[in-house]
Design a protein around this ligand. Structure first.
Ligand code: 13P
Length: 256
């Protein structure tokens, strides 16, 4: 971490929790986070769409922010099964995950689509969390930087320097997601530093120094502190460990 960048820990609940289960989880999390100041760390929960309304109500005036797990690029239209940015905005959604590897792998999302989704989020005052990361075979073939470069440049095509200040990037090596196999802090730091250099080349060093880059992939309370101690790791995008209040709160507190 770096004191110029406020840490951001986001919980990606994926396809877990009904609306009532979501309320129980958020109530538990609120109790765990009493006394944690949102000026020190941004805590974000990204429940399934069906729970956003209920959770939004519960989070009013709390130190936790609301995120969505995806967002469509059009403001409305005949796109069965998709959710538009103005719909999220009305529920006080502040962040939207885009380009998660599960979306890329199972639902055919491309860098171009990720780019359009992220732009639509920004146009509605929602900060995109743009996910990038290589698969195991790509890492083993020495393609990590090429894959990440492609995803970062594609996802951020056409972005202005100003817009970049509202963008969060999440580096999630696919082989570390849900496997219990975290990247070592050094492995993660190496790719984070690479992404920051890329941002400096694409925009400038001021932008690169300001953009927050989260690590994701089997983050839990036990490994969070060491990951966060790396210079270019500014937070975490947490899957499984965000489904339990104490475990997630401990990850948030590991940034303090
Ligand atoms: P896990 O923390 O369960 O490995 O998931 C990471 C992830 O995909 C967050 O978006």
């Amino acid at each position: 971490m770096n004191s110029n960048r406020k840490p951001i820990i986001a919980g990606n609940w994926k396809m877990y929790k009904t609306a009532s289960e979501a309320l129980a989880l958020v109530n538990g999390l609120k109790s765990e986070l009493v006394g944690v100041r949102d000026s020190d760390v941004e805590a974000v929960v990204c429940p399934p769409f069906t729970a956003l309304y209920a959770v939004s109500t519960l989070l009013q005036e709390s130190n936790i922010q609301l995120g969505a797990q995806n967002v469509h690029w059009e403001k409305e239209g005949a796109f069965t099964g998709e959710i538009a940015a103005p719909m999220l905005k009305e529920l006080a959604v502040r962040y939207a995950i885009v380009g998660h590897s599960e979306r890329r792998q199972f639902f055919g999302e491309t860098n171009e689509g990720v780019n359009k989704r992220a732009k639509a989020a920004l146009a509605n005052g929602i900060r995109p969390i743009i996910c990038v990361g290589e698969m195991l075979a790509q890492r083993e073939a020495g393609q990590t930087e090429a894959v990440v470069r492609d995803q970062v440049t594609g996802g951020l095509a056409g972005f202005t320097k100003d817009a970049m200040l509202d963008v969060v990037i999440a580096y999630e090596p696919v082989w570390a997601i849900g496997t219990g196999k975290t990247a070592t802090p050094a492995q993660a730091q190496e790719v984070h530093a690479f992404i920051r250099e890329l941002l400096a080349a694409m925009f400038d060093s001021v932008v690169a120094a300001k953009v927050r880059i989260q690590y994701g992939g089997s983050v839990k309370a036990a490994n969070a502190k060491e990951l966060m101690s790396q210079a270019d790791i500014d937070g975490a995008l947490v899957g499984g460990a965000s489904l339990e209040p104490k475990g997630f709160a401990d990850i948030i507190k590991a940034t303090l």
